[in-house]
Design a protein around this ligand. Structure first.
Ligand SMILES: [Zn+2]
Length: 330
């Protein structure tokens, strides 16, 4: 997948591509940042660009034999290592990659050793890798992809240039979910709002539950917006998921509470007179109506209430009691 197909990280992608084309790319790199934002895809795009038969606009073509073979993981010079069934990256594949890196490229211009979830490399394999990174072979680039760079040996970190990938904007996550994963617009926005800027995380959560959780949270806000009578507030609480006492109920209410937090954050953005950067952009008209009832102080105290509610859930409080309490606090 060439750089242009990877969503977000525009500045970083340009930086990497230019360095690669100028031949100024450091021999060892760490792609660090949250999981599920495209770090590994960027490493593959880099290997494609350097080995592409017909690069255009500072990007790989994506269709030449070299690009296709790299994407299919059957290119002789581009090796992608990742944790095995044990969850660890053991010494044998690392040793094998290190040995191969000493030779000239077999079919391409430059060898790439991409190690995904590099924090899972076992300790003695990190030692073996370190020796190579200290004296990098001239024709191989190492890319260590990780969401936990601090767990790598300090000596490895010091040998690598670190590039930091940030979180994606909610609209970017929603775009990927729709384009590449067949989500409907409503599902994509709901999942993106709770994804913390990670496509991987959005996919892990399961979209139906997301939509339901967020719907319940908006409805609760709409019910409590005009400071209604207690009986009406309780009705709002009843609409929240997690009516029972089990683990699933607690998780469902937790999800609704996190959705509520993203909605409150959006109300804060609207209250400040802005419209950009809403996590729940698809709900903008409803949120705008709500924003009239939620000034800054009310949003802050509602945030604090959501935080206390999540803490109570963590301490095994009954979801129903937590939801009832919350309906009177916001
Ligand atoms: Zn190509």
């Amino acid at each position: 997948m060439p750089f242009r197909s990877i969503v977000g990280h525009d500045h970083l992608k340009r930086l990497i591509a230019r360095a690669a084309l100028r031949g100024t790319l450091p021999p060892s790199l760490i792609f660090a940042g949250p999981s599920g934002v495209g770090k590994r895809m960027a490493a593959v795009a880099l290997a494609q660009l350097v080995n592409c038969a017909a690069p255009t606009d500072e990007d790989a073509c994506g269709v030449c034999p070299s690009c296709t073979r790299i994407a299919r993981r059957v290119h002789a010079d581009v090796l992608l290592l990742e944790p095995g069934d044990s969850g660890a990256i053991k010494i044998e594949p690392i040793r094998d990659a290190v040995e191969r890196s000493a030779y000239r490229p077999f079919e391409g211009r430059r060898r790439f050793v991409i190690i995904d979830d590099a924090e899972q490399i076992v300790a003695n394999a990190q030692d073996a890798l370190l020796k190579t990174l200290e004296e990098p072979p001239g024709s191989t680039t190492f890319v260590l992809v990780t969401s936990m760079p601090e767990t790598l040996l300090a000596t490895i970190r010091s040998r690598c240039q670190r590039l930091r990938f940030g979180r994606l904007a909610p609209a970017e996550v929603a775009g990927v979910l729709m384009a590449a994963h067949g989500y409907s617009e409503a599902d994509a926005h709901a999942a993106a709002a709770l994804s913390d800027g990670s496509v991987g995380r959005a996919l892990e959560e399961g979209s139906d539950a997301f939509v339901d959780a967020r719907d319940a949270a908006v409805q609760l806000l709409e019910i409590v917006a005009s400071h209604p009578a207690p009986s009406r507030r309780i009705q709002g609480a009843v609409g929240m998921p997690g009516g029972g006492r089990g683990k699933a109920d607690r998780e469902a209410l937790g999800q609704a509470l996190r959705a509520l937090a993203t909605l409150l954050r959006d109300l804060g953005i609207l209250g400040a007179g802005r419209r950009d950067g809403l996590a729940n952009g698809d709900l903008a008209p409803r949120l705008q109506a709500l924003a009239r009832s939620f000034d800054r102080d009310r949003i802050l105290s509602a945030f604090a209430a959501v935080d206390r509610a999540l803490n109570a859930l963590d301490r095994n409080a009954s979801p129903k009691i937590v939801a009832d309490w919350l309906a009177f606090q916001i």
